[in-house]
Design a protein. Structure first.
Length: 331
């Protein structure tokens, strides 16, 4: 077979995404572009270690919607990947059984290291050749944040992963754990920073972040905050994808929305309604990652990183590309 048609589903702590693509030796062609639904599957999982009943119902509703889409677009295979929240939930078997009944495929609960590798694969599959390597891909999710360093600027970057680490911090987890007031108090912000920094310091023992020359940020938090920094009044995928943003602008907009009351955040059409409650927690994680990586780069080679690149390509793209490539090889 010269091509295969596959569906990829990325089920995270805050959102679930589907896309259907044709994969061949020439690359990936989308048949059904990304469909995103915010389901907050990880609601209270950090505290209870269980999926809430209402969170499961939101996930099942999205899965039924995806099943209808797939009836109209037959595929050679489906890969359903579940990440941080599902890793932590004691009642995940109920979730896996019901999803299998709805979609005919059982969710794969992948470890953070595989999530990191797939995010890197997706993010670097479209990276421009003039972007300086090594790249640090940061996939900032609702429950976890993956750091992946790789690329040598010569070989195809997605074959050049040097180190990866999955941190148990994200927009939903930090909001529920620390930022309980809206807007949060200064004490709550400082508690969250201490927690985030501890995780980043641990990650840097595995990932030599100082070697980074280019930061590539993926996921809803990063792209949303980039759009806000760009001054977009509505979210525009094409404008954000590949956009360069200064760290100075990122810090300013992250801090602004961290301390902004919910009623005011709701007036920004750039922010998906499902992210309004947790965008501050995600922004705080992003701020600290950017600052720590820039400091590490200066300590390593005497050069501060002063900008990052936002990417619409991440875990979901990696799932589709990896699965499609493996199906092609098998057939």
């Amino acid at each position: 077979m010269k091509s295969v048609t596959v569906a990829g589903i990325d089920c995270g702590t805050n959102s679930i995404r589907l896309k259907v693509s044709r994969v061949s030796e020439d690359g990936v062609e989308d048949i059904v572009p990304r469909i995103l639904r915010v389901i907050r599957l990880g609601q209270d999982v950090d505290k209870t270690h269980r999926f809430a009943d209402e969170a499961l119902e939101r996930a099942y509703a999205a899965a039924r919607e995806f099943a209808e889409v797939l009836k109209k677009h037959p595929v050679d295979g489906i890969r359903f990947v579940a990440t941080s929240a599902t890793r932590d939930a004691e009642n995940r078997e109920e979730f896996e059984d019901t999803i299998e009944q709805i979609l005919g495929v059982r969710p794969e609960v992948i470890p953070g290291t595989e999530e990191a590798d797939l995010s890197f694969l997706g993010a670097t599959s479209v990276v421009r050749r003039d972007v300086e390597a090594p790249y640090l891909v940061v996939d900032l999710g609702g429950g976890s944040t993956e750091l992946v360093l790789g690329g040598d600027g010569v070989s195809h970057p997605n074959t050049q992963v040097q180190a990866a680490f999955s941190m148990n911090i994200g927009s939903v987890r930090m909001t529920e754990r620390h930022l309980k007031n809206d807007p949060p108090t200064e004490a709550q912000i400082q508690e969250a920073i201490a927690d985030i920094d501890e995780h980043i310091d641990e990650a840097f023992k595995t990932v030599p972040a100082g070697k980074t020359r280019t930061i590539i940020g993926v996921s809803g938090t990063v792209t949303t905050m980039t759009a806000l920094a760009m001054g977009l009044t509505e979210y525009d995928h094409s404008a954000v994808d590949g956009a360069s943003c200064s760290l100075e602008d990122a810090y300013a907009v992250d801090n602004k929305f961290l301390t902004m009351p919910r009623e005011e955040r709701l007036t920004y059409k750039t922010i998906h309604p499902g992210r309004v409650d947790v965008v501050g927690g995600g922004a705080l994680v992003w701020n600290r990652v950017l600052a720590k990586v820039s400091e590490a780069a200066y300590a390593d080679h005497g050069q501060h990183i002063d900008s990052f690149m936002a990417s619409e390509h991440g875990l979901l793209d990696g799932i589709v590309l990896d699965y499609g490539t493996r199906l092609l090889a098998e057939r």
